[in-house]
Design a protein around this ligand. Structure first.
Ligand code: 6PG
Length: 244
């Protein structure tokens, strides 16, 4: 790992390849879920989309010793597509985790990216978070979350050049489509929610992630340029599992 990445906030674990990222992530996710259940009787797990998490979710589903009856499943973000669409984060989770682990369906709370009114869907999901999570200073506290980092430095669906990364008075946001980036509209939790996660695992594999990671690790930089820098002010534990 380049020494410059040592500036990343939290713990950094380097892995030889994406399969090793997935294996390490699944191990740490299982441990964090067991710890949350032991400490508070329940655990909330919030999922991101993208390519990297799929094998980690599959390995987590196969892991012994997790009392899934105590786990609530949430999302970090979702694309404005049907839950059956190939780009749906719900579909990713359903195929790799929900259909493989004995998670009670009543404990799975999908972000309604396919809603006709995304602003209303954002308000509705904020209410879901408030209903199912404890809050700290008005911000819902997710126990365990899987995050990623885009080649452009985004995390969740907080993208460069947008004001959304600085919104602090709402917990879930509707993000407009960006046709110039071939990107559909999104729903995403906001920066304060990301910063309040008790145990956040950031998974990154591939050389294209090195540059945005360096921008997170650097002392100087802006949230607008690199939204993943919000994790520099995380109150919980952040662990970067990298094969970059
Ligand atoms: C999404 C994710 C997004 C993802 C990054 C990294 O909906 O796309 O939530 O934030 O974590 O784009 O994705 P990869 O894992 O494909 O690199």
């Amino acid at each position: 790992m380049s020494t410059a990445l040592s500036g990343l906030p939290g713990h950094v674990i380097t892995a030889p390849d994406s399969a090793a990222v997935a294996a390490q992530a699944a191990k740490l996710l299982g441990q964090a879920l067991r710890d949350a259940i032991a400490a508070r009787g329940t655990a909330s797990l919030a999922l991101s989309g993208g390519n990297t998490p799929r094998p980690a979710y599959e390995l987590l589903a196969a892991q012994e010793g997790i009392d899934w009856t105590k786990v609530t499943i949430l999302w970090i973000d979702e694309r404005a597509v049907a839950p059956t669409h190939a780009r749906s984060n719900y579909r990713l989770a359903k195929e790799s985790l929900l259909d493989r682990a004995p998670i009670p369906p009543a404990q799975v709370h999908r972000m309604l990216g396919d809603a006709s009114d995304l602003e209303q869907a954002a308000r509705d999901y904020a209410a879901v978070l408030q209903q199912h999570l404890v809050s700290a200073n008005g911000v819902p506290v997710i126990d365990v979350a899987v995050l990623g980092i885009g080649d452009d430095g985004h995390t969740a669906s907080l993208f460069p050049g947008e004001a959304s990364v600085r919104v602090r008075d709402r917990t879930v946001l509707a993000i407009a489509a960006a046709p110039e980036h071939d990107r559909e509209a999104r729903l995403t939790v906001s920066a304060p929610v990301l910063q309040t996660i008790r145990t956040a695992l950031v998974l990154a594999a591939g050389k294209a992630k090195h540059a945005p990671l360096l921008r997170v690790a650097a002392e100087a930089g802006t949230l607008e340029e690199t939204p993943s820098r919000v994790l520099r002010d995380a109150k919980g534990s952040v662990t970067w599992i990298l094969a970059v």
